[in-house]
Design a protein around this ligand. Structure first.
Ligand code: MG
Length: 348
């Protein structure tokens, strides 16, 4: 891009996100300099969002900016890391001032909320794609890994998985109009907001240090991500499907539509960015107290077993319904196209 286009872009991405005493040198030099807190390890994660793959081309630029940062901060939360800074690599078809203004507003709305500075970046011309790298700090003994679950632990999920699945169905216009019309406007907007602007559970991740035995964030669908946790820990689980918390939006859905579909979204749709974690059974009361202090639902949805495999139950009996094989991201070359049978893109 021409030099003045870079200057324009720079104008949108120099913002104060609050005090960051660990930041020795921020954006503007060849590299940023960070002072890692004594005794802590650097947690690093990166994620790319591609137009037409992870979001429709017509998606709101504010939402894209928010979500590009949110999905990375969610990975730091899942490791119980405090965010130190993020970099942003932006590939743009053109330097569209209105788009950049909205994108940066969404990006910094969350950056300021999380107190995380943008410490570097790059801009190139090409099909719209956003890569964020997030850096965090966590004492190595406190990091929440996927490997720590053991038999006798209980399984928990934060918030309400499934809202983003309903939001995706609404945004792709795959629901027949009479079905959409049955859903209260409030429920529709709640589900769409959960898809567009997920909340990285940073405070929860930090509070789970020394409490949870294993954790990850739900990006590709609860069942698929649970499978990763179980495989990493070398254990199995019983998941009580009837214990899954359903949000007000999904409850509104159940009041007029097929409740099984709501359960399917909760189990298999992705993009929720809630935390799925395990903890020893004797820590249950502490987790409930944490739920109250964070004003965030933390729901026990199952138990970790020594035998491999995942059993789904409801009312103590096997829950036997068909499910999608895994979460398929928004996929396709044109807008408003339903996800296809292409292999799912997986997020760490
Ligand atoms: Mg993750």
């Amino acid at each position: 891009m021409a030099r003045d286009e870079f200057d324009l872009i720079g104008h949108f991405f120099r913002r104060d996100t609050g005090a960051a005493p660990w930041l020795q040198l921020g954006i503007g030099d060849d590299a940023a300099l960070l002072q890692l807190p004594p005794g802590e390890s650097l947690a690093v994660t990166t994620d790319t969002l591609v137009a037409g793959r992870h979001f429709p081309h017509h998606a709101d630029a504010f939402d894209i900016g928010w979500k590009a940062l949110a999905v990375n901060l969610s990975d730091l939360a899942a490791m119980a890391a405090r965010p130190l800074g993020v970099t942003l690599a932006l590939t743009l078809p053109e330097a569209d001032e209105a788009w950049l203004g909205a994108f940066s507003a969404g990006f910094f709305a969350l950056a300021q909320q999380a107190g995380v500075p943008l410490i570097g970046g790059d801009t190139t011309r090409g099909p719209l794609s956003i890569t964020v790298t997030a850096l965090g700090a966590v004492a190595v003994t406190d990091a929440l890994r996927r490997t720590g679950a053991s038999a006798g632990d209980r399984l928990y999920v934060s918030g309400y998985p499934g809202d983003a699945g309903l939001g995706l169905a609404l945004s792709l216009s795959t629901l027949p109009e009479p079905v959409r019309a049955c859903l209260p406007a409030e429920a529709r907007s709640l589900a769409l907001a959960r898809l567009a602007r997920p909340t990285p559970r940073l405070a929860l991740g930090l509070a789970l240090r020394g409490l949870a035995s294993a954790a990850l964030d739900v990006s590709d669908g609860l069942l698929q991500d649970l499978g990763h946790l179980l495989a990493a820990s070398g254990v199995g689980a019983e998941l009580q499907v009837d214990a899954l918390p359903l949000s007000p939006a999904l409850q509104a859905w159940c009041a007029s539509q097929d409740p099984l579909q709501a359960t399917r979204w909760a189990l298999a749709a992705g993009d929720d960015y809630e935390l799925l974690f395990t903890a020893p059974a004797h820590r249950h009361d502490e987790i409930m107290a944490l739920s109250a202090s964070l004003a965030l639902p933390l729901t026990c949805i199952g138990d970790i077993l020594s035998s491999a495999g995942l059993r789904l139950t409801a009312a103590g009996r096997p829950w036997e319904h068909e499910l999608p094989t895994g979460y398929l991201h928004f996929s396709g070359s044109s807008d408003d196209q339903a996800p296809t049978d292409s292999p799912p893109a997986s997020r760490p």
